[in-house]
Design a protein around this ligand. Structure first.
Ligand code: G3P
Length: 216
């Protein structure tokens, strides 16, 4: 299972990379805006800075919503670094773009996926990754984890190679449940990854070991 961090914040990315378990980064226009990045040059420079920190894939999202615009942006984005995966929204033009980019050997991440039907289309088009947003489904009293389970079943039925990238992670239990259900990747804020470290018995046990080590 791969661990990606879902942020455009360079400090958070560095911290996750330093932990030694980071496999990649996902960003989106909202996360980029949160960092105050404006204009194409600044955006591309920021993607490059992220690529220079991490060893794995870096998802960079297109801003266009039409086929030609997405293809043009994708061609520019992949020039930034070999680590770039082009993030494309789940719309009809997006599916067409994923199909065409896959044919050119460009890796894609189909984003804003909320149903199995959408995930099936992404896989048919040849997306490298599909990003079901589980937290946003939970937010509307739906069940994001059932979506992961259903996509896993369908992809396994037909041997689709598209990797399930569980996105919109809200807590460490989301990560654990995605692992149980066979998601290939989770993309998460740093806090939810760090929360996996925590157990009170670890803290109590370590305190005792430290105390007893003084007797040695
Ligand atoms: O990057 C896509 C996704 O992870 C967004 O998450 O927290 O905005 O629902 P969130």
């Amino acid at each position: 299972m791969k661990f990606f961090i879902d942020t455009a914040n360079l400090e958070q990315i560095k911290k996750a990379q330093d932990l030694g378990v980071l496999d990649g980064v996902t960003t989106n226009p909202s996360l980029m805006a949160k960092e105050g990045i404006k204009g194409k040059e600044a955006i591309n420079a920021h993607y490059k800075a992220i690529c220079d920190i991490v060893d794995g894939d870096v998802s960079a999202e297109v801003l266009s919503v039409d086929y030609d615009g997405m293809m043009k942006e994708a061609a520019e984005l992949v020039k930034i670094d070999d680590k770039i995966v082009v993030k494309i929204p789940m719309i009809a033009d997006g599916i067409k773009a994923i199909k065409a980019l896959t044919a050119k050997g460009i890796r894609t991440n189909c984003t804003l996926v909320f149903s199995v039907g959408q995930a099936l289309l992404a896989a048919k088009a040849g997306a490298t990754y599909v990003s079901p947003f589980i937290g946003r489904l939970d937010d509307i009293s739906s069940d994001g984890l059932i979506l992961i389970e259903d996509i896993r079943l369908i992809y396994d039925n037909y041997g689709f190679e598209t990797q399930i990238l569980a996105a919109s992670i809200r807590n460490s239990m989301h990560i654990i449940n995605c692992a149980k259900l066979g998601a290939d990747v989770i993309t998460s804020p740093l806090d939810s990854i760090l929360a996996l470290l925590k157990h009170p018995l670890t803290d109590i046990g370590l305190a005792k070991f430290i105390e007893d080590s003084k007797k040695l």
